[in-house]
Design a protein around this ligand. Structure first.
Ligand code: HEC
Ligand code: HEC
Ligand code: HEC
Ligand code: HEC
Ligand code: HEC
Length: 177
């Protein structure tokens, strides 16, 4: 009899615990990616300076966007083409850049946009159709520190709605392996 009561007690505790746990899980699953806070980056890279002030094209750094699935991030060598002649002393973000380059260490940027592995996205197809980067990423050129923020949902419902509006395929195999 004692064991039965103990068992009932444990079950009740588990059920009570399950509610907040389920809520936490549901929140991280259902919360739109656009509601997530800006991800911390190893170097606070200001797009604003490079795009608006210097006038670089997005594809100057994200070289593969128009030709491949991945847009890709630039290697440090590309940054250093300019930054080897820009004084870094007393500017922590630039000091991190220069010392990583000198020690031959890559910068491990945190991903802002990330689809699950079983999904398939191709940058080049969307760009040759005529969409701009800003269609999906917003005005990245105006984003300064601390970094890029996701501004469009880009989950399945969003992908499919736009595909339907533009006469693109919507069968599962287009986007899923
Ligand atoms: C001078 C190089 C440079 C230029 C020019 C540049 N970017 Fe970036 N971009 C970066 C770097 C470095 C990162 C990684 C740091 C970060 O996410 O804040 C990044 C990150 C991003 C991300 C987030 C990637 C992810 O993890 O999901 C997007 C989206 C992006 N850039 C879009 C753009 C767009 C759109 C433009 C043009 C308006 C542009 N970038 C111009 C260097 C550049
Ligand atoms: C139709 C929507 C769409 C357009 C247009 C678009 N992107 Fe993306 N971008 C995405 C999605 C979705 C992801 C996440 C892909 C993943 O996780 O596989 C992404 C990821 C990225 C990333 C990080 C991962 C990677 O692919 O290397 C960068 C950088 C990026 N985009 C830059 C750009 C730039 C620059 C342009 C314009 C030249 C652009 N994007 C146009 C939807 C778009
Ligand atoms: C075409 C030249 C050019 C390229 C390529 C370039 N930058 Fe810059 N960057 C600049 C200039 C110019 C400034 C502004 C410097 C100033 O304010 O004196 C700057 C500013 C910065 C700053 C802000 C420094 C501060 O203290 O506010 C950071 C961080 C930075 N760059 C990182 C990078 C990274 C990382 C890359 C490669 C992904 C990169 N830059 C590529 C020219 C460039
Ligand atoms: C802004 C509208 C828009 C958004 C958002 C969008 N797509 Fe697309 N997508 C298109 C259009 C239009 C095409 C067809 C392009 C063509 O046929 O030239 C396409 C084509 C594709 C293709 C290539 C299909 C083929 O036949 O090879 C894939 C894969 C794809 N999209 C995946 C995605 C995924 C995954 C997302 C969400 C993360 C997404 N798309 C978001 C408009 C969009
Ligand atoms: C236009 C692109 C696109 C098409 C078409 C599409 N999906 Fe998706 N799907 C996605 C993306 C992007 C995600 C990941 C983001 C999310 O969870 O919404 C996803 C997520 C999912 C998930 C959730 C998996 C998880 O991680 O929990 C399931 C299940 C799914 N898709 C099934 C389907 C089925 C079944 C079809 C065909 C009827 C389909 N999808 C068609 C883009 C697409």
């Amino acid at each position: 009899m004692r064991y039965v009561r103990l068992l009932v007690f444990v079950l009740v505790v588990l059920v009570i615990m399950a509610v907040p746990l389920a809520l936490v899980l549901a929140r991280s699953y259902f919360l739109s990616p656009t509601a997530q806070p800006v991800k911390a980056q190893p170097i606070q890279f200001p797009h604003q300076v490079h795009v608006q002030a210097i006038g670089l094209d997005c594809t100057y750094c994200h070289r593969n966007a128009t030709t491949s699935a991945q847009a890709t991030l630039p290697p440090l060598e590309l940054c250093m083409q300019c930054h080897k002649i820009i004084p870094a002393q007393g500017r922590p973000e630039l000091e991190k850049l220069v010392s990583a380059f000198e020690q031959n260490q890559p910068i491990l940027w945190n991903k802002v946009h990330q689809l699950p592995d079983h999904t398939h996205f191709v940058h080049s197809v969307h760009l040759s159709f005529g969409f701009q980067c800003s269609t999906c990423h917003g005005d990245v050129g105006a984003m300064g520190k601390p970094g890029v923020k996701q501004v469009r949902d880009l989950r399945m419902g969003d992908c499919i709605t736009c595909h339907q509006q533009n006469g693109a395929r919507t069968d599962c195999s287009v986007c899923h392996y």
